[in-house]
Design a protein around this ligand. Structure first.
Ligand code: NAI
Ligand code: MG
Length: 485
């Protein structure tokens, strides 16, 4: 067990409250480290450091080329440290090592993408009628507070840090209390790479004691949040006080829609992958599986049979396809939904703890069939390996059920009829729609939700937009008096 300090103003520090909290390995339930229990005073120090780095011009006035180069260097460092970072990510979050390796590679790609974009932020010349030159300049928003969840710890940090840094913003990032280790490990490289102090600050701590003061802080210009809808609402309310810019990514209850003409094998596989990847702890999880009536029974049977073959085990075992859930709290939540489901629908796979593991927060991949879309397991985000399979008759019913949810993050549709697939794509109210696939995410393409899944987009050129202001500049080209007086 070791103590890992947090990173404020270029220094590794403990909390001003001198208090630490434990971080666990969810596969053994052992404490693997302690991190500072950051509080409002620590947040104050971090925001002050970020403010100084921003207002003093260290970062926003560094050339875009320079900012970009540092992001490339960071990406190189991540690739060099890939084995170590992946192992730490896997141990701390419970995700299979093979998935952690994929995430770490994606993290590096994200820094590379925005490293390149730093020099491609363009202004405009506006066609005004007067004898003038009218420009739009793009400028960094300022100091950003970034609050991230535990399901993709390093990748979520990259999605927020990379575009912000490319834009010239300074950052105070609060990792989830369950999974702070990989970003703190990465922070060891920041000084050597050349980030001026205060440009990136990592404050560890809990939501109410470290997250809330960051959101409320009047010197924070923008808050970017990924997490639960409940906390998203709190953040929006708190941010109103100082009219902060806010972007929210709040998860969902995403439909994965299967028409009878889809490739059966690929479809069954896609249904399982859509919900069970990362133990189901995925904001875009295909947790409502809508299946056309004519293939419904066969589909449910095939899914259930295949789900039973998914290999659960220690996250560091390369054969493992599903590890434990991230925490006891999440385990209890998912277990309670498994019980709720038993009263609402027909259990066809899993339904309990994975008992072959002596310890750890393992739950079985669980499938409920004949689910009514009004059931609690079809309406509420479970954020674990629990699928609700719902039959439908025809395209319009599929669309109606798909859209009958307060959420709108993602959806997928499976069909070999391209016209039907595209009609469904257009009819579904969601920010991300896959056809004949579900889950792959690309740093080049926009990510974010409709409806109560939040607003704002991450990744691609959209991601950097959220960290830029637009300034209109009007230059009078006539040296004459304007002739009013
Ligand atoms: P959460 O929304 O409480 O936590 C996410 C982040 O927000 C963490 O860094 C946390 O410390 C911070 N936070 C919590 N309360 C805060 C507050 N009052 N002010 C500022 N920051 C605050 O999520 P939690 O409790 O870990 O999981 C609960 C449920 O949320 C999950 O079962 C899942 O349904 C959903 N969730 C969705 C995610 C997504 O990717 N959209 C990610 C994580 C959770
Ligand atoms: Mg919470």
């Amino acid at each position: 067990m070791y103590r890992v300090p947090m990173y404020i103003n270029g220094e590794f520090v403990e909390s001003t409250g001198n208090s630490w909290f434990p971080v666990f390995d969810p596969s053994t339930e052992d404490t693997i480290a302690e991190v500072p229990d950051g509080n409002a005073t620590d947040v104050e120090l971090a925001v002050k450091a970020a403010r100084q780095a921003f207002d003093g011009g260290d970062w926003p006035q560094a050339t875009a080329q320079h900012r970009g180069r540092l992001l490339f260097k960071l990406a190189d460092y991540i690739r060099q440290q890939s084995a170590q970072l992946s192992e730490l990510e896997s141990r701390n979050s419970g995700k299979p090592i093979t998935e952690a390796e994929f995430d770490v590679s994606d993290t590096a790609t994200c820094f590379e993408y925005y490293g390149g974009m730093a020099t491609k932020v363009l202004g405009h010349v506006n066609p005004v009628p007067d004898n003038a030159l009218s420009l739009s300049l793009r400028e960094p928003v300022g100091v950003t507070g970034q609050i991230i969840p535990w399901n993709y710890p390093l990748a979520m940090a990259a999605w927020k840090l990379a575009p912000a840094l490319a834009a010239g913003c300074c950052c105070v990032l609060k990792p989830a209390e369950q999974t702070p280790l990989t970003i703190l490990e990465l922070a060891k490289s920041f000084e050597e790479i050349g980030f001026p102090k205060g440009v990136i600050n990592i404050v560890t701590g809990f939501g109410e004691t470290a997250g809330a003061p960051l959101v409320a802080h009047p010197d924070v210009d923008k808050v970017a949040f990924t997490g639960s809808a409940a906390v998203g609402k709190l953040i929006l309310r708190s941010a109103a006080e100082s009219i902060k810019r806010v972007t929210l990514e709040l998860g969902g209850k995403s439909p994965n829609i299967f028409f009878a003409d889809s490739d059966f094998e690929a479809a069954v596989d896609g249904a399982l992958f859509g919900i069970f990847i990362n133990q189901g702890e995925v904001c875009s999880a295909g947790s409502r599986i809508l299946v056309e009536r004519s293939i419904y029974s066969k589909f449910v049977e095939a899914m259930a049979a295949k789900a039973k073959t998914i290999k659960l085990g220690p996250p560091l075992d390369r054969e493992t396809k599903m590890g434990p859930l991230v925490s006891r709290e999440q385990y209890d939540r998912v277990r309670s939904y498994q019980e709720i489901g038993k009263g609402e629908a027909k259990l066809v796979a899993g339904g309990g703890r994975f008992e072959s593991a002596a310890k750890g927060f393992y739950v079985e991949p669980t499938i409920f069939a004949d689910v009514d879309n009004r059931a609690q397991i079809a309406r509420e985000e479970i954020f674990g390996p629990v699928a609700a399979v719902i039959p439908f008759d025809g395209e319009s019913e599929a669309i109606r059920i798909a859209n009958d949810t307060p959420y709108g993050l993602a959806a997928a549709v499976w069909s070999r009829d391209i016209f039907r697939a595209l009609r469904v794509v257009k009819a579904v109210r969601a920010g991300v729609v896959w056809v004949n696939h579900m889950q792959p995410t690309y740093v080049e393409a926009p990510w974010g939700g409709y409806k109560q899944s939040g607003f704002g987009r991450e990744l691609g050129p959209w991601g950097i937009e959220e960290y830029l202001e637009t300034k209109q500049v009007h230059i009078n080209l006539s040296e004459q008096p304007i002739g009013w007086y």
